[in-house]
Design a protein around this ligand. Structure first.
Ligand code: G3D
Ligand code: MG
Length: 176
């Protein structure tokens, strides 16, 4: 499945610690994605009340992954300090809330303190029948209107793991 754990020196950014923040609406799949990355397995999750923080070694980097929950969106900004990357997780099958996702994204991209932080948008739940494709999600979110260099987009399934490592790979390239 292309899992890229372990130390493969020379391929990533110079050995370093990176703090990555998972953002997204509740039920988008943040916690599932976090544990899929951590343990490479599909876990039943319960809605995140507090924080899930996990650390992994990816290439020659230590990534600390912060899942801060999706319900209290006003609290997200308290976690922006010293963030090296944001992974915004989207439920691609949840068309009804795409407008809310778009609003949240438009706030994140102009957030003071996140201007230079790479953002990876993950169009999750691609395994679900009826999920919108990466292109469809990106059109609904009006991504092309966002003038920001370090914003990348990828589709994935936290359930199967498809696209997960490719997304992380894209994000890690922005640190080089
Ligand atoms: P959140 O942390 O963003 O709030 P969760 O979301 O990780 O708790 O996931 C919410 C629900 O979506 C969970 O289902 C989880 O299993 C499911 N889910 C997450 N990612 C995927 C995916 O890629 N594909 C599919 N099919 N389901 C996914 P339950 O039923 O436990 O509420
Ligand atoms: Mg959660």
């Amino acid at each position: 499945m292309g899992c890229n754990f372990g130390k493969t020196k020379g391929e990533g950014a110079a050995g370093s610690d990176k703090k990555i923040l998972f953002l997204g609406l509740d039920n988008a799949g943040k916690t599932t994605l976090l544990f899929k990355i951590k343990d490479d397995e599909f876990k039943d999750t319960v809605p995140t009340v507090g924080l899930n923080v996990e650390q992994i070694t990816y290439k020659d980097m230590t990534l600390t992954l912060w899942d801060v929950g999706g319900q209290a969106r006003k609290l997200w900004k308290h976690y922006y300090d010293k963030v090296d990357g944001v992974i915004m997780v989207i439920d691609s099958a949840d068309m009804d809330r795409m407008k809310i996702v778009q609003d949240e994204l438009s706030k994140i991209v102009v957030e003071p303190g996140l201007e230079t932080v790479p953002i990876l948008i993950m169009a999750n739940k691609q395994d679900l029948e009826g999920a919108l494709s990466q292109t469809e999600v990106s059109e609904l979110l009006n991504i092309k209107e966002i003038s920001r260099k370090n914003l990348i987009f990828h589709s994935c399934s936290a359930k199967t793991g498809d696209g997960l490592w490719e997304g992380l790979e894209k994000l890690s390239k922005l640190w080089i």
